[in-house]
Design a protein around this ligand. Structure first.
Ligand SMILES: N[C@@H](CCC(=O)N[C@@H](CS)C(=O)NCC(=O)O)C(=O)O
Length: 227
């Protein structure tokens, strides 16, 4: 019998950190949480920088292996720890390719190009560091709504999940962006509303939300003064 995996997940409190917590719960994996938060200085310690030179959360340690980037961690967990009973990844090559397409679409178009741009330039988020820019925020929100039309069309055929009738980790990525968009007042498309309700009712989602709560409110450390 193989030994149980030795999994440690670093990071709580963000739309990115909840993703691997959720994948862990979907797969029924036991793991240790290191509840460090963003912009607290905890990602900059010597111990953490050695593990993750990018100084970002989340980060997963699986024994002597470490991997960052939330979508990559979720993909790794899906590939390594899916079983017949609990699977987050399609096996057939073309289904796998379609799954990858959704994962990249969500991360590139919905997260990085839209919501994260809003985060960087909102006055109540990272704007004081990267520049407060209401026009950029509005445009990024509009781009999010445009891109979400692809989700609207896909879900329009009555499918339960992005890949059809099976929940996969592409749904984890999409749901975290839908939650994020609602938080930012962007609004989501019609077909995503019942989809989101269905997914938010999952036990693993509820458990991940709890696991992603910081031990104490995140108090950002001031950004270093610009030279
Ligand atoms: N693309 C990365 C983004 C990770 C990221 O930007 N994490 C932020 C928090 S959401 C962070 O750790 N920033 C460094 C810090 O705040 O100390 C991912 O999806 O994992």
């Amino acid at each position: 019998m193989s030994a149980a995996p030795d999994l440690t997940l670093w990071g709580v409190g963000t739309s990115r950190t909840i993703r691997p917590h959720w994948a862990m719960h979907e797969l029924g994996l036991a793991y240790t949480t290191k509840p460090i938060g963003p912009r607290t200085g905890e990602t900059k310690t010597a111990e953490y920088t050695k593990l993750n030179p990018r100084q970002k959360v989340p980060l997963l340690q699986d024994g002597d292996f470490a991997i960052g980037e939330s979508a990559a961690i979720v993909a790794y967990l899906s590939r390594m720890y899916s079983t017949k009973e609990r699977s987050l990844i399609p096996e057939a090559p073309r289904d796998y390719a379609a799954w990858l397409e959704w994962c990249f679409f969500v991360v590139a178009e919905l997260d990085s190009t839209s919501l994260y741009v809003m985060r960087r330039h909102r006055a109540d988020a990272l704007g004081p560091i990267y520049g407060i820019a209401p026009e950029v925020v509005a445009q990024a929100g509009e781009y999010f709504r445009q891109q979400l039309r692809h989700v609207e069309v896909a879900l329009g055929d009555g499918r339960q999940f992005l890949m059809g009738d099976k929940f996969t980790s592409a749904d984890i990525l999409l749901t975290t962006c839908l939650d994020w968009a609602i938080l930012y007042g962007v609004g989501i498309c019609d077909n995503a509303k019942p989809y989101l309700e269905r997914i938010q009712a999952r036990d693993a989602y509820q458990l991940a939300k709890k696991a992603n709560v910081p031990l104490a409110p995140i108090t950002p450390v001031p950004a270093p003064a610009k030279a």
